[in-house]
Design a protein around this ligand. Sequence first.
Ligand code: ZN
Length: 248
Amino acid sequence: MIDVHAHLTDPAFIDLPEVIGRAKAAGVIAVVTSITDPADLPRAKEIIERYGGYVYLTVGLDPTLLSEEKLSAFRTALNAAPIVGVGEVGLDHFYVRESSLMETQERHFRECIKAAISLDKPLVIHSRSAGRKALEVLYSEGAERVLMHAFDGKSGDALAAAKKGYFFSIPTSVVHSEQKQKLVRLLPLESMMLETDSPVLSPVRGERNEPANLVHSARKVAEIKRISIEKVVETTFANASGFFRISV
Ligand SMILES: [Zn+2]
């Protein structure tokens, strides 16, 4: 299995060597870690150097960091480390609700999409309380290699995006989230990947999440789709390695 979305630079991972050890023991053969603040780049570089060939990096910009300085630092960071994608970037209408700030957020999102396309890197998208809007922006910018992470929008919008070739990563919180379970029921396995979003979205509410928990997502998808866990692992692995162009 590949954990396509985690935040290993998070200070919660003070015991990172043990966390990586448990992930390997649990059958996770690669982790894509995402930074959302360019200030985290030095720590991310340390991690991908230490765990080369196991941890891969995407560089993004938290949609609530709305300064021009952060946007410019994000652009610099894209070229300052080996990356497998751009993200997470996107829209967040849960934390940002004021119209002028929402406009700035959309403008920054469009800049992030353009940057990914010009670098020929896939996009990992955050779209909290803004699923449909984020998809509309992506369509209008002509984005093709897209992974919607922990999508909280309508399943119908997700299905339309899947038909265009967009992917959806199913977080470990699927074990208790009705909305994520509905998403799994509707989407074809060919459009899915698996993620933990560690340290958040734990299968057990309130606990720190870690990549070793990825199997909870695989197991729940298999249960909902009434297929074997092997089939889930095989297909989501092929989707993830092709999408990020990772050969493990
Ligand atoms: Zn995340």
